[in-house]
Write a protein that binds this ligand. Structure first.
Ligand SMILES: [Zn+2]
Ligand SMILES: [Zn+2]
Length: 350
């Protein structure tokens, strides 16, 4: 089978290779991939700017069908439609694993990063990490469950948006738009989405279509003014920073209300980020870093998709075959759209 492989350390060094079909070890299943989404971290791995353990097949945002059961797997059947959490390698015995935080276990080696991922026909995953895709949810939308679960964990489980909150989402990328959809479901009284002039062309219009009350192109307008206008000068209850831009991170301190909440989910890419520290001290907001996702975030995300309350269709803007991977990565990199799906060879046959 053909796979998109990051075959060594260094910038680039990604190509399509012929690889053997993996066999599931005891307790694992083999999954036939139906759709896989490109994540910003796939671009960072290609560029050697993210932790990874080569050689590996890329891809950790995927949906598929169980095609083989490893020894001792119970409660699952060949043919079931599934997605999988990505905390492979989490040890189960460290303090974090034992206290309900296995997704931040230092031994975690996710597919597409530490073990072979989904930009190919088949991969293997531990049965304990699987979630069933509800019958009325498409493989395409299910492939976005990983980033969606990260947003649910960050925005709803950790930052805990409440009905009536004024929410600002900084950054209109896939994480920003999915967070916008979730903030509306959670009952935010208004959601403001901000982005740069570069993202304004393709991404802010999607934010409007997804129900943003106000969108702000920070290259042309003042986000602070928009926030103060909507809050009688008090500031936002919640600022969810998805861009990783140092300017946006500093601005989060200026636009959050006193004793409000800032959620940080965007990655700066290793840059030093100066923040107006004293503004933070005097306003006393809660600053919460958000990383990865929990079992409950996956279950809630799938249930929201099944109920129709969450519709990720507007987030999927491009679709490519595995052969077109370079073009697919370019679209993602240039912020020309939002989520980009890749269909491996086997998905095209089904
Ligand atoms: Zn991802
Ligand atoms: Zn652990």
């Amino acid at each position: 089978m053909r796979a998109l492989v990051k075959y060594d350390r260094g910038p680039g060094l990604v190509e399509i290779r012929e690889v053997p079909r993996p066999q599931p070890p005891p307790g694992w299943v083999q999954i036939q991939v139906r759709a896989v989404a490109i994540c910003g971290s796939d671009i960072h791995i290609r560029d050697d700017a993210h932790p990874y353990w080569p050689p590996i097949t890329l891809g950790h945002e995927f949906s598929g069908v169980i095609s083989q059961l490893g020894e001792g797997v119970e409660g699952w059947e060949v043919g079931q439609r599934v997605v999988s959490e990505t905390r492979t390698g989490s040890c189960g015995v460290c303090q974090l694993c034992q206290t309900g935080w296995p997704h931040v276990c230092p031994h975690k080696r996710p597919p597409g990063i530490g073990i072979n991922g989904a930009m190919t026909d088949y991969l293997v995953m531990p049965a304990r990490l699987l979630h069933r895709i509800p019958d009325n949810v498409s493989f395409d939308q299910a492939a976005l469950m990983e980033p969606t679960a990260c947003c649910i964990h960050g925005l709803l489980e950790r930052v805990s948006v409440q009905p009536g909150d004024l929410v600002v989402i900084q950054g209109p990328g896939p994480i920003g738009i999915i967070s916008l959809l979730l903030a509306r479901i959670a009952g935010a009284r208004a959601v403001i989405v901000s982005g740069t002039t570069r993202s304004a062309r393709h991404r802010l219009p999607v934010a409007v279509r997804c129900g943003a009350d106000v969108v702000v192109d920070v290259g042309k307008e003042s986000l602070e003014e928009a926030v103060m206008d909507l809050s009688d000068g008090n500031g936002a209850d919640v600022v969810f920073e998805t861009s990783g831009s140092p300017q946006a991170i500093a601005e989060a301190f200026r636009i959050v209300r006193r004793c409000g909440r800032i959620g940080a989910i965007g990655i700066s890419g290793g840059m030093e980020v100066p923040v107006p520290w004293d503004v933070g001290v005097f306003k006393a907001p809660v600053l919460t870093y958000c990383f990865s996702s929990t079992w409950s975030a996956w279950e809630h995300g799938l249930a929201l998709l099944a109920s129709g309350k969450l519709d990720l269709a507007p987030v999927i803007t491009h679709r490519f075959t595995l052969d077109q991977w370079e073009q697919a990565f370019e679209v993602m990199e240039n912020s020309e759209g939002l989520k980009v799906l890749i269909y491996p060879d086997i998905a095209l046959e089904n």
